[in-house]
Design a protein around this ligand. Structure first.
Ligand SMILES: Cc1ncc(COP(=O)(O)O)c(C=O)c1O
Length: 350
């Protein structure tokens, strides 16, 4: 499929201070816009990042047919632009699309379009240590229609944000036992916009009580931990890496998958199994649970220091450089930046 290109008249890159980047507030010059209608992708165009115009009756605004992805691009020491495992994001995107009755986006548009977009906006991939380019592909329903039914037209867009180093101070999280994120048969495994809208209120309550994030528990019993915010949860229990199995209630995280593979390659015992809140808090108290951390694209690895449950805070041991979470964080960063051999074929060079 031909990708057309309308260049920006004058780059905005001089207006951005790459030494002071925050997350998600600066946008690269161009975006990719693909249009779907009459049962097929009709056009793909790279154009200046900017406003789009829609009718108030645009269906995605009313009925929630909207999905997205998030991945990161890095600048290697030799100046190459490297993207970490984008094929995994494409697969997950199309799983989300299927669940939401939306068309799949073919590889030539998702990855082929991204390659072209990154070639054009290469200068926006930060060189500064710890910085990266956050890549946001998304798709939404565009029919002008009032009625709950799948739209017949869609837009797929990719825009990019240069982002600063994500300082992951150890988190204080609270186990949520009243509200739920997802239930069996629901859409928890999909990256659809509504999952995030629904998470805002309970998260806000936890923040008001002095926590950074919540730990979601299973909808049926509230006894088993699922995930947190935009991260999967992982624990070191008696020396083994333990994480909840993904199913239809948990997002199948690329970082989670990556950590599991590295742990297996390092010879660690990896257990994908339900982990109860009881096991967790008792294990923290007895010393069998030595590490807790979130794994996700934004922070990569976010260590957890305190877990609040039923009004009591359980504190994990202080983080050490020899911890699994610290070592795996370093390993993933080195792979992403092309600093160590990419033996697993995870790095996609633009
Ligand atoms: C709900 C949720 N869980 C987990 C993750 C971690 O997934 P990944 O490692 O692919 O970023 C994310 C982020 O995409 C998320 O939104």
């Amino acid at each position: 499929m031909q990708i057309t290109f309308d260049p920006i008249a004058k780059s905005r890159i001089d207006q951005v201070d790459f030494k002071q980047l925050s997350f998600g507030r600066s946008f690269a010059d161009h975006m990719l816009v693909a249009e779907y209608a009459d049962g097929a992708w009709q056009s793909v165009n790279i154009q200046p990042y900017g406003p789009l115009s829609y009718q108030p009756a645009m269906m995605s605004l009313h009925y929630g047919q909207a999905i997205f992805e998030g991945m990161k691009g890095y600048r290697s020491a030799s100046g190459d632009v490297l993207v970490f495992r984008p094929e995994e994001n494409l697969k997950r995107f199309n799983k989300s699309a299927h669940r939401m009755c939306m068309p799949e986006v073919p590889e030539e548009i998702f990855l082929g379009g991204l390659k072209k977009l990154l070639e054009i906006d290469k200068a926006w991939v930060p060189q500064e240590e710890g910085c990266s380019l956050y890549i946001r592909p998304f798709m939404f329903a565009t029919d002008e229609y009032v009625g709950v039914t799948p739209s017949t037209t869609y837009k797929f867009i990719i825009f990019n944000c240069p982002v600063g180093s994500y300082y992951a101070k150890p988190l204080k999280v609270r186990v949520e036992t009243q509200y739920i994120r997802s239930a069996k048969g629901g859409v928890g495994f999909a990256k659809n916009a509504g999952n995030y809208g629904g998470s805002l209120y309970p998260t806000q309550q936890a923040i008001q009580d002095g926590y950074d994030q919540i730990i979601w528990t299973d909808a049926a019993t509230h006894q088993f931990v699922e995930e947190a915010g935009t991260m999967n949860l992982m624990f070191i229990v008696n020396g083994a890496l333990v994480t909840a199995p993904t199913g239809d209630t948990i997002l199948d995280g690329v970082t989670r998958k990556t950590v599991i593979q590295i742990a297996k390659d390092w010879g660690l015992d990896v257990q994908e199994r339900p982990i109860s809140v009881k096991e967790l808090v008792e294990g923290i108290a007895s010393g069998s649970v030595t590490e807790a951390f979130g794994a996700g694209t934004a922070a990569v690895i976010a260590p957890i220091q305190i877990i609040g449950f039923e009004g009591k805070d359980y504190e994990l041991p202080a983080r050490k450089d020899s911890d699994f979470s610290a070592k795996v964080f370093t390993e993933i960063n080195q792979i992403r930046l092309g600093e160590v051999a990419d033996t697993r074929n995870w790095v996609w060079k633009v």
